[in-house]
Ligand binder design. Structure first.
Ligand code: HEM
Length: 450
């Protein structure tokens, strides 16, 4: 047993140790270290000990088999001001109860029923687009997915809230870039970065208040907010306004930003791979003809599904998951002291040549049933896994595929040539500030892009 010995890893500077999140390209650095040091490596960032896990079995042991040994990671804890004690950040019995309350709104049949709203909102967006226009795709996709999640989960019309939401997301991403938020001593100082973050949280709180207020007039409905409002604990008490705020804030953010990014990265990959886009169009034309898609069509659109899976492999919006050891324990034969961070990165594992041939290439065709069956469970985990697996995983897969097909029926995107797109790891994986595209109206009957 290799107890009391640390895993291999990069040597660090005195006091600082290593601070990879501050590096010019943290994702590249993590990938290099993983290839160099193997299934588990170690580094220290100031006082924080980090164990980085690169083997599916180790990832599974943390996310699935030994969940009681860990709590959520420091990155999420640093955003308590934003998420409060919502589903993403809460722990223990309280989390279990909240998860049970939310779960019915994410059952497969409910999600399929949301499909109509998803396509309708996409059509509304497309009606405002013109051939030859330049648009910021990130902005368009965020707006669309925000409107959808507000409507289906809370019965709210989010159109008027978009501007405030847009202005808030930038500072929140900035706060979570380069690891500043992980340093408790920096988090509470009134620095310009923190002030912008605090203001952004206030903006989002105003949106959540508006949703809660609007919803009060429509109580007794079947949406998620009604379920949360009707819930009573063993003493007959309902949920406090503060807790409702935390749940709505969490679902509003987790439920739109990630899917918007998944779509942005998918369209980016399609713009670079026109043959793939042509194949989606062929499949869509064959299965749907001129009509719009419904969730029940998705089983007959496997190529479009493979494109979404492959995009989530190469550009996973949640590019890493972290946990903190709740006690001294052993992982992979190494002693992990209480308080250490354990990091599992989708970015790194999804590009591991042991599981994905030609890992850097965009190959949707690889996602055959046989390949999926052969793949170790945690070699591919865009939605995490175990009890804390993404509650919106089916929601996101249905939404991404439906919006992809609906949009491609009408438009093709050309990337603005002057941009350099490189992924920025903040809370989620961003394409930088903007993703500008030129819109080209698609002529029906023409399977090739353009
Ligand atoms: C492509 C889109 C999405 C991706 C990549 C994604 C990814 C993830 C991941 C990796 C986790 C686990 C985090 C952890 O274990 O620490 C998670 C949790 C969560 N996600 Fe998603 N997500 C997506 C879409 C959604 C949607 C559409 C919703 C809601 C409508 C949602 C709501 C949540 C919530 C509430 C949690 C916390 C669940 C819990 O701890 O019980 N996500 N997501």
């Amino acid at each position: 047993m290799k107890r009391h010995r640390l895993p291999p890893g990069p040597s660090g500077y005195p006091i600082i140790g290593n601070f990879p999140l501050g590096a010019r390209d943290p994702l590249k650095l993590f990938t290099e270290w993983s290839r160099q040091y193997g299934d588990i490596f170690y580094y220290r960032a100031f006082t924080i000990r980090v164990f980085f896990l690169n083997h599916p079995d180790l990832i599974e042991s943390v996310l699935v088999s030994r969940t009681g040994d860990f709590i959520k990671g420091r990155g999420l804890q640093a955003n308590r001001r934003l998420f409060g004690n919502g589903l993403l950040t809460s722990e223990g019995d309280f989390w279990r109860r909240q998860r049970r309350l939310c779960q019915p709104s994410f059952h497969r049949d409910r999600v399929e029923a949301y499909g109509g709203v998803m396509v309708e909102f996409a059509e509304r967006m497309l009606a405002g687009w013109r051939d030859g226009e330049i648009r910021d795709l990130y902005r368009e996709m965020s707006q669309l997915t925000l409107e959808i999640v507000a409507k289906v989960l809370f019965g709210a019309e989010a159109g008027g809230m978009i501007k405030d939401a847009r202005r808030a997301i930038g500072p929140i991403m900035e706060f979570n870039t380069r690891g500043w938020s992980l340093m408790p001593f920096l988090r509470y100082l009134p620095t310009p970065l923190n002030l912008r973050y605090w203001l952004a949280v206030r903006r989002l709180e105003r949106i959540v208040q508006a949703i809660l207020h609007e919803h009060k007039g429509a109580e007794g409905g079947e949406d998620l907010l009604s379920a949360l409002r009707q819930a009573r604990d063993e003493n007959g008490n309902g949920m406090s306004e503060r807790q409702l705020r935390d749940e709505v804030m969490t679902l509003l953010l987790a439920g739109h930003e990630t899917t918007a990014l998944a779509l942005c990265w998918t369209f980016y990959l399609l713009a670079c791979n026109p043959m793939v886009e042509g194949r989606i169009r062929e499949e869509t034309q064959r299965v749907l003809g001129a009509r719009l898609p419904q969730a029940s069509d998705l089983a007959r659109l496997p190529y479009a599904g493979g494109v979404v899976k492959e995009s989530l492999r190469l550009y996973p919006p949640a590019y890493a998951i972290a946990r903190v050891a709740a006690r001294d324990l052993s992982v992979g034969g190494f002693c992990v002291p209480k308080g250490s961070s354990l990091v599992m990165s989708q970015w790194v594992t999804h590009r591991d040549p042991r599981y994905f041939e030609n890992p850097e290439a965009f190959i949707p065709e690889r996602w055959t049933d046989e390949f999926s069956k052969r793949l170790p469970s945690f070699a591919y985990f865009p939605f995490g896994g175990g009890p804390r697996v993404c509650i919106g995983a089916s929601f996101a897969m249905v939404e991404a595929a439906l919006l992809l097909v609906t949009i491609l029926k009408k438009f093709h995107f050309e990337l603005m040539p002057s941009q350099t797109i490189s992924p920025v790891p903040a809370i989620t994986l961003h394409p930088g500030d903007e993703l500008k595209v030129i819109l080209h109206k698609h002529q029906p009957g023409n399977a090739a892009p353009g």
